[in-house]
Design a protein around this ligand. Sequence first.
Ligand code: FRU
Length: 523
Amino acid sequence: MKLLYFSIVFFLFIGCNNSEKQPPTQDKTLTIEANTVKEDRFRESYRPQYHFTPPEKWMNDPNGLLFYNDTYHLFYQYYPDDIVWGPMHWGHATSKDLIKWKHKPIALYPDKLGYIFSGSAVMDINNTSGLGTKDNPPMIAIFTYHLMEGEKAGRKDYQTQGIAYSLDEGETWTKYEGNPVIGNETNIKDFRDPKVIWHKASNKWVMSLVAGDRAKFYSSPNLKDWTLMSEFGKDKGAHGGVWECPDLFPLAVSGSEETKWVLFISTNPGGPNGGSGTQYFVGDFDGTSFTTDQKDIKWLDYGTDNYAGVTYNGLPDSTRTFIGWMSNWNYGQQTPTEVWRSAMTLPRKLTLIKNENDYLLKSYPIETINEYSYEATTHKAIKHTMSISSKNFNEMRLDFTIPGELDDFQINFTNTKENSLKIGYKKESNTFFIDRRESGKVSFEPRFAEAIHTAPGIQTTTKDMTYSIFMDASSIEFFVNGGEVVMTEHIFPDTPYTKMTFTNNGEEAIVPLKTSKIKRIWD
Ligand code: FRU
């Protein structure tokens, strides 16, 4: 489906512009870059109020997540001319705390080697690349070039890897003249999404890349010359679709001295509830190969809308912070927004736990979101049910614990337009669920609301579980037990939800529930 789309866009693109694209002298994003204080700024319907969105036009994957000099950089797949996918650029934003963002000018433009697909960024502190100096080390972006002319001609080698460098902390970029740094000799057409890390133990750069149905690992002393070391995954994990956006990183196992390596692989289609999804493997990496004993398929998020997510480079090894694209290729280009399209998930802290002989990855919003939460109110249930009204549940969070053994429960968010969004748990099937089939606008694409979405129950305990729900104008993020089970979903209510009805069949009647508002980030 997406390939077909790539091709349609290609014809449109070729039709109007076949030359190397240069930054326009009057860059559109520059005019809105200054975060102008305006009351109605970013108040369009469905505009998330505390999730990252581009000021306008199309966005998909997060790219080049890098922390440097007290600043978080977020680059992202961006098409500045339309609200559907098109010739890819890297958009750019920065933040001091990962919640409040400043939009920056476009970082990377397509050139004669192709569109700029997903990838990563590193600080080359020791100037191994020679593209900066020891005193002013380069920031380096490593990305995939997608040459539409090649795809159109029926060739298979149209994806290659390139690099670009910035000597002013990401403000301006120069493409490396020796690009591509990895040509496509493999003739595998899906050959993309380089994630580069510095591998301390062997003193070299390590790149994870995907090639169709597997990941490949390369190494380099200088980010320019790369050697293939190994591959992984042809016979492992979920293969419902092409593999995309790998991310390989070490993570300490909570409460132990052990460190494991985690490999993320996004796959589209083949996600747990249809379309796009991100799986993870827990194993070991010896500087050359990634290995794992894992037999089952593990999903980072069971909701339909957390894709192509990766983690930050440049943070201490003890912390892993993740951001995903909060959409799905099944319908991402049809969602009912006009000025911009799609958002990023809340940034999430990753923790690895060991449960018997199994490793589980938890993901939960970073603590900073607490600083944006205010007007907390605690509500108590009467006889296993409660109803709460609010002016706008869509800019709120809910935190609660269900005491005792878990039994069926349901939270139903409703509004004056009779929309209903249901979230809960079914004991019979031991599944959590989100039912957005009547949640508001759902008919823009049949696959958006064709089924109830489910996630398996918790493995580590059967009682006293904690829950958090973060709702924004067009999303819901549901976390069970600090992120042991997660569901992230797009929603488009006709008006904000104003009532919440909670029913709980559990043994204990009282469900203390805290609601808090969340400050908007755009003023
Ligand atoms: C994932 C993806 C990547 C690719 C990019 C193109 O959503 O398909 O594999 O680099 O999007 O925009």
